[in-house]
Ligand binder design. Structure first.
Ligand code: CMP
Length: 145
């Protein structure tokens, strides 16, 4: 079934110019970009985005990090999007991620792991809404060349 999901390109990948590589990997794997923007998260916004991790020992570190520099929010569309995207990004720790995954290619550490992706269809809806309004999203349209 056609689904949407949310990819966030983290400060490590954005700052080291991996944005193009990540978008290329998404497109090469049949994801259509239906919304994209650069955002400077405040600490409060980072805490709101990652509220499910509140109380964990890495929460302050993670939210400090995510509000330290520019990130990119990318909304993607594909059949079975949420599950396929989780597969394409790979394990949280780039050292454990499979070859050819975004985190293996672009990530550095568990925290500086290049990208975040929604972990369920329900969370994808919330995370897309966090970054995008209705007029910023559209269903992918194409011309067959
Ligand atoms: P992400 O997919 O953005 O979701 C939550 C993030 O918390 C995760 O990727 C990691 O970057 C980060 N994270 C998870 N576990 C740890 C940890 N033990 N130490 C530091 N960061 C972590």
């Amino acid at each position: 079934m056609l689904e949407l999901s949310l990819v966030m390109v983290k400060p490590d990948a954005y700052s080291t110019k991996k944005l193009g590589t990540i978008i290329s990997m998404l497109e090469a794997n049949d994801f259509h970009v239906v919304g994209i923007k650069s955002v400077n998260l405040t600490k409060e916004l980072a805490k709101r985005f990652y509220f499910v991790h509140e109380g964990k020992e890495f929460f302050e570190r993670l939210t400090d990090y995510m509000s330290s520099a520019t990130v990119a929010a990318i909304c993607v569309e594909k059949d079975n999007c949420v599950t396929d995207l989780r597969k394409l990004i790979g394990a949280t720790d780039p050292a454990q991620a499979e070859e050819g995954t975004i985190r293996k290619v672009c990530g550095m550490t568990k925290q500086q792991n290049a990208v975040h992706a929604s972990d369920s269809v329900e969370n994808a809806k919330k995370e897309i809404r966090f970054f995008f309004s209705d007029i910023e999203l559209y269903s992918y349209r194409f011309i067959r060349y």
